[in-house]
Structure formats: structure tokens, C-alpha cells
Write a protein that binds this ligand. Structure first.
Ligand SMILES: [Zn+2]
Length: 191
């Protein structure tokens, strides 16, 4: 019998841990209190196909360069934070670690934007898009609206339009968008 004086303590629904708790949404209506470790295991992640896809399009740079917006970048498109200390040159392995750490944040951003469940390839393609153009540039768009209404064919027509920088069409962005659409439309292998 529970002691009445014992204060209610929130705990992870999976492992019972009582620290680093957050809410996890596994469907539209199912919210669960879980710890950060269990959350990382529960939520969808970009898989190796997606990681290699993003690597291929970002390209590897062991040294710091400025991207098309003049932002200091290294590795596979890792944006160097104001107070972050990275000593170049970095190895491909270090760059992969940075990318994987970044992707955890972009996966969360994707899950915040999406109201429909995507399959693995669709999810990878979507994270590639927001890793490239920023989640804030997808928020409130017709593309997102169509994805969330499950109108995927029509959504792809809008996906294509995100191929511009500074008002101009960019060949590299155009190729990446088409490859993302192809990935999005690739059925997931079973098993
Ligand atoms: Zn847990």
C-alpha cells in the first residue's frame, strides 16, 4: 500500500528512471513520459541509408569553409556554433560523429513538424531536406501541409521548389531535391 506521505514521483514509463524525463509522442494521441535514454531508443532515427545519403550531398571537408550563406561549416555540413571549439583538420570519423549528433536534433525537429508517420526512406529524405535548408524554412509551408494531409504525390511537386538560394536556382540543390524525392518514393525493404 502506498504511503500517503510519499510524494508522487514521475518516472520513465519504460525503465522507471526518474531523471531527464520528457514526453514522447508515438502516435498522434499517445503521449508517454519517458527518460532521455529510452526516448532515443523509441524515436525514429535516420538509418545508414539516410546518413550516407546526407554525407554524399554534403561532401566531406576536413577544414572549415563558408557555406553559400557564409556560415562557418566543417565535416559533413556541421555548422560551427559561436562558442564551439573545433581544431581542424578533422577526420571522416570525427565528422561522422558530428553529423550523427546533429541528426539527433534534426530528427526531433522533423518529428515536431510531422503529424503523419513516414516510413524509413520518407523520414530519411525529410531529415535530409531540413538538415539542408533548416526546419524553420519548412514550417508553415504548403509542402508540410500536403505531407501532413498524406498527399504525398502533390507534396513532391512542392518539395522540388526548394532548390533556390538568394532567389536563384542552384544546380546542386536541384539535384539533391530530386534525389530526396527518389528516396522518398523508394519502397522500404521488408525484414
Ligand atoms: Zn527510461
Amino acid at each position: 500500500m502506498p504511503d500517503k506521505d510519499e510524494p508522487f514521483e514521475a518516472a520513465c514509463a519504460i525503465c522507471g528512471a526518474t531523471n531527464k524525463l520528457l514526453l514522447h509522442r508515438d502516435a498522434l494521441t499517445n503521449w508517454q513520459l519517458v527518460c532521455e535514454d529510452c526516448y532515443q531508443k523509441l524515436k525514429p532515427h535516420v538509418d545508414d541509408v539516410g546518413i550516407n545519403f546526407i554525407k554524399q550531398f554534403e561532401g566531406f571537408s576536413p577544414t572549415i569553409y563558408k557555406d553559400i550563406h557564409g556560415i562557418r561549416t566543417i565535416g559533413y555540413g556541421h555548422v560551427i556554433e559561436f562558442n564551439e571549439h573545433i581544431t581542424p583538420p578533422i577526420t571522416e570519423q570525427q565528422a561522422t560523429e558530428l553529423l550523427k549528433k546533429d541528426l539527433l536534433k534534426f530528427e526531433d525537429a522533423a518529428l515536431n513538424l510531422l503529424k503523419v508517420k513516414l516510413n524509413q526512406n520518407q523520414f530519411d529524405a525529410f531529415v535530409s531536406l531540413i538538415y539542408n535548408i533548416g526546419p524553420e524554412n519548412v514550417k508553415g509551408t504548403r509542402l508540410l501541409e500536403l505531407l501532413n494531409s498524406h498527399k504525398f504525390d502533390l507534396a513532391m511537386q512542392h518539395w522540388k521548389l526548394f532548390d533556390r538560394a538568394g532567389g536563384k536556382e542552384v544546380e546542386g540543390l536541384k539535384r539533391r531535391r530530386l534525389a530526396e524525392i527518389e528516396l522518398f518514393n523508394t519502397p522500404v525493404k521488408k525484414g
